[in-house]
Design a protein around this ligand. Sequence first.
Ligand SMILES: Cc1ncc(COP(=O)(O)O)c(C=O)c1O
Length: 492
Amino acid sequence: MSIPPEGRDPSDVLAELEGLRGQDAPVHGGRVLAYVYDAGVEGLSAAGRAALASFGEVNALDPTVFPSVGRLENDLVGWGLNLLGGPEGSCGVVTSGGTESCILAVLTARQDWRRRGGQGRPVVVMPVTAHPAFAKAAHLLDMDLRVVPVDPEGMRVLPRDIEAALDEAGPAAALVIVSSPAYAHGVVDPVREVAALAAARGVACHSDACIGGLVLPYLRREGREIPDFDLSVPGVRSLSVDLHKYGYASKGTSLLLYSDTEYRLGSYFTYSTWPGYPVVNTTLQSTKSAGPMAAAWTVSQVLGDSGYARAVGRAIRATDRIVEAVAAIPGLRVLGSPDSTLIALAADGDEGAGGVDPFTLADRMRHRGWFIQPQPGIAGLPRNVHLTVQPSSADTVDQFVLDLATAADECRLLPWAAADPELAAAAASLDPDTLDEAAVAGLLEFAGLAGGGTPGLPEDSAGIQALLESLPAPLRDRLLAGFFSMLFSAAR
Ligand SMILES: Cc1ncc(COP(=O)(O)O)c(C=O)c1O
């Protein structure tokens, strides 16, 4: 039963909740190299959690009733603008996460395009490595998407390819996206060149620094060469930077920064012609918790500028150590040349020629207590594993590289993960639009993702990763949606 007939003792309930947490991957300790960002600073996360709890019930919808919200938001936005080249008159907003920042950035550009007389369906141009949040935004906002390939050596988009896409879109082009850096390979796009091409055509450019915005400025301060990417670049009209990533705050906060307040107005929504309170929304949410913002504010105050600099220093030294170690591991290589603390590892050599299969490597590392994230070979780029290196990785990196080398040794002797050829052939003939729930469930069961008990990923997932990689994208998407639909079947 999902709710008891009579209320329970709070301490029992909380104990049960803690038990559930025990099944999750750990969010601290450096063993999980995706999704989590551990600063490794004693007491930091506890301070953030205390703020989260204390402000959880404050409604950030209305800063006139809860003025603390205005103070917290203005401090956070001001910090972001100072760090990320905000010119005179620039501004921002606190959102619930990277995806909300990306959606609002696209909305703002669409509104600006319309205000300037744009007609019909506007177009968003983006590299294939841009985060899917922008595809989601185009889907929600009824815009067309032009996806541009990236250079398969450097993993960054070439300005001439963006130029061609912009010219093809003509007056329908409303926004160009660049990543600073892109999640998958940690490489920064040529922001200055792309923003100039966009500006010359009157098109806005968004720099997606969701994952790098609180890392790159500190790397530059350390004297590392960092390409220009922030709001000081002419033509960059907006920039996203997530506080719940390398800001080390609890999940639920990001900043969206804008070049000017008039442009920002495009993302505001007001409605005062109903008989209730006049609605003014600066984000997609209306009623929203001030908890995540208070947590982010607290973490930023506890760390301070020097704390962030130290954290980035620890993360980048761990990154360097991994890159250096990989160079000495036969059959494995780093993709591109990472600009920040994200690394993608691919095979150096084919199957049977000493290449290490990244999917099998992820499984082998899991056996040793590490989570590294499989990424499929898509768009002409090779299959690989992603590592989000964190400050806490500095404490675990020696063991990590030892385990990586041993796991790679094992993988070199093993066949690469491959899709069952019969299933792949049968699947290729299916039309995802006409598949019903039962057929999807059958396929998922065949793939080992469902059937019997609770649906979930098996301990070794290389075979499933290979199968998904081999499928046509619409079928893959249908199966993934079906899998999540099974995971979320209500407990009545
Ligand atoms: C570059 C980039 N943009 C956007 C996002 C989306 O952020 P979120 O998962 O917070 O919605 C991510 C997430 O990893 C990202 O790395």
